[in-house]
Write a protein that binds this ligand. Structure first.
Ligand code: G3H
Length: 538
């Protein structure tokens, strides 16, 4: 048994508060306001946590979810299409205030499920307890903020504009049926960050949970069923290609919200028979670099690069995935950085102070080792003491140096706890690396010389969506725009942007003649339209 193996608990060592009540065999899925029971094949949910038994370590299988086929997913789509009813359904016709009431009811029910969802985040994807709690709370806050932003948008849209003798009221209207799919690293937050704006704007939704972090939606299924009219939200399970492929091929999906790989997104988009009728918002792969200049505050750079590269074991789309350090300080940086990496505590997601946890993807350790081996075969070394150690679902944070551009680690998104460190001499080399990258989400710059930082900002402002000065890359605050260039994203998300993404501006316009003005006045004062109204939403 390796040292890492000893970190896995026996059943008795699992704290009572995080123990799962029982094997969670889920057969329910949500279609047309009804929780249907699936009698077919199930997909076992294997936790990244292994448990010590008298026969040795055993991977904990915590439950199972339905492996639906294209038939059930097309039923879900039909329910969403019916509920939308070409824009004439109950949900797209509701007043904004009424849609908000439905979502607020859901929020109350969701808050009551915090413990169940947080526990499943730990068990299904190995996220630490504080980060799992943060993901839940941040998601609730995001929905609250989205409601606030929608009220603001509605208030702004109540005004009339006048130009060239034409007056108009411009509002945002829903677009149709949305397919929402999120990633396994933020299975709640990232999925709900598209699902709720889509719903609030009056669209109907088919939602398919990520490949891991699936059972954690189960505690919310009744709330989804009870808080929305039938067919407004439909939740399906199963293999992506079979279930989601059929939805795209039907041509009835109008909005595609997908957080995952650019390869997966491209394959699915290509299946849609009328691409001009599909609006997509995509959060995809990234290889965010941190560029560390000679005059950087090293303690701060190390601190930010530790969380940037290794929080949730590097499994964040915004993680720093390449450290590019000036030759003059690379030794000093590495000494401090590797010491900090080796201090990170491995353990179970619920262990206090833990930073390194088991990885949910089967075979991930082998994949990461392949990246490290490739770099080592081309002249790099593992430079931290605990680096390269692996066992079962554990892979120790591994710092690899010096990484050069011919190595896979220089350009491939590792999405795990391997930290490639590259050295540079001339600023132009760092600029070229970013310009030539396939990805363009964010980057971090560490340094103090304002003239030099200013030049870097200008060089990078057409390359990435966000330039972080002396801090790690991140999505938040959620009110800030989150996007990317090249293969990293399509469209922009933020609390306010998401509402725009899932809607289209629609206006009522007329020539400003006395008769037309009187007509509009009459509609407004007699409240004869739900769309053309100056009612103020508090
Ligand atoms: O995985 C990508 C997430 O959007 C990253 O969010 O920067 O808050 O961890 P974060």
């Amino acid at each position: 048994m390796t040292a890492l193996d000893t970190l896995f608990p026996s059943e008795e060592q699992i704290p009572p508060g995080v123990r799962l009540p029982a094997y969670l065999e889920q057969r329910e899925y949500l279609v047309g306001g009804e929780l249907r029971t699936w009698a077919g094949e199930l997909n076992p949910v294997a936790s990244p946590v292994f448990v010590r038994t008298p026969e040795g370590l055993k991977q904990k299988v915590i439950g199972a979810t339905p492996l639906l086929t294209s038939r059930e997913s097309l039923d879900a789509l039909a329910a969403a299409v019916k509920a939308y009813d070409s824009g004439r359904g109950v949900w797209p016709s509701l007043k904004v205030a009424e849609r908000i009431e439905h979502v607020e009811r859901f929020l109350t029910a969701m808050r009551a499920q915090r413990t169940a969802v947080v526990n499943l985040l730990m068990w299904e994807i190995g996220k630490t307890q504080p980060d799992s709690e943060k993901e839940f709370d941040r998601t609730v806050d995001l929905i609250v903020e989205t409601i606030r932003a929608l009220k603001e948008l509605d208030r702004t849209s109540s005004r009339f504009v006048q130009d060239q003798g034409i007056m108009a009221q411009i509002r945002r209207a829903p677009m149709g049926v949305a397919l929402c799919m999120g990633p396994y690293n933020y299975p709640l937050n990232e999925t709900f960050s598209t699902l709720f704006p889509a719903l609030l704007m009056g669209n109907t939704v088919v939602f398919k949970p990520a490949k891991f972090g699936v059972l954690l939606v189960r505690p919310l299924l009744e709330a989804f069923r009870d808080c929305f009219p039938p067919g407004v939200i439909n939740i399906i399970y199963g293999r992506g290609r079979e279930t989601v492929g059929a939805l795209m091929e039907s041509g009835q999906v109008d909005l595609f919200a997908f957080i995952g790989t650019n390869k997966g997104a491209s394959e699915l988009k290509r299946m849609h028979p009328r691409p001009h009728r599909l609006k997509s918002v995509l959060g995809l792969d990234a290889k965010n670099p941190a560029i560390i200049l000679e005059d950087a505050d090293l303690d701060n750079a190390v601190k930010e690069c530790i969380t940037g590269t290794l929080s949730f074991n590097g499994q964040r789309c915004t993680a720093l995935k390449l450290l590019v350090v000036h030759r003059n300080i690379v030794d000093a940086f590495l000494a401090k950085f590797t010491a900090a990496v080796d201090k990170l505590k491995p353990g179970m997601p619920w262990d206090p102070g833990v930073a390194v946890t088991p990885l949910p993807e089967p075979g991930k350790g082998t994949y990461l080792q392949g990246l490290v081996d490739d770099a080592v075969s081309k002249g790099a070394r593992v430079v931290n003491q605990t680096g390269g150690q692996a066992s079962r679902s554990f892979y120790s944070p591994t710092v690899v140096y010096p990484v050069t551009r011919d190595m896979r680690l220089a350009s491939e998104e590792q999405f795990g706890p391997v930290v490639p460190v590259m050295v540079f001499d001339e600023d132009a080399e760092a600029v070229r690396l970013v310009v030539e990258s396939q990805f363009g989400q964010q980057l971090s710059l560490f340094g103090k010389d304002s003239a030099r930082i200013g030049r870097f900002i200008d060089a990078f402002s057409n390359q990435v969506g966000r330039i972080n000065l002396n801090c790690q890359c991140q999505r938040g605050p959620d009110t800030f725009p989150f996007n990317g260039r090249k293969d990293s994203a399509e469209g922009t998300l933020s609390v306010a942007d998401a509402l725009r993404v899932f809607s289209i501006r629609t206006l009522v316009a007329t020539k400003t003649t006395p008769d037309n003005t009187a007509l509009v006045q009459s509609i407004l004062t007699r409240r004869e339209s739900d769309f053309l109204t100056t009612d103020f939403l508090f």
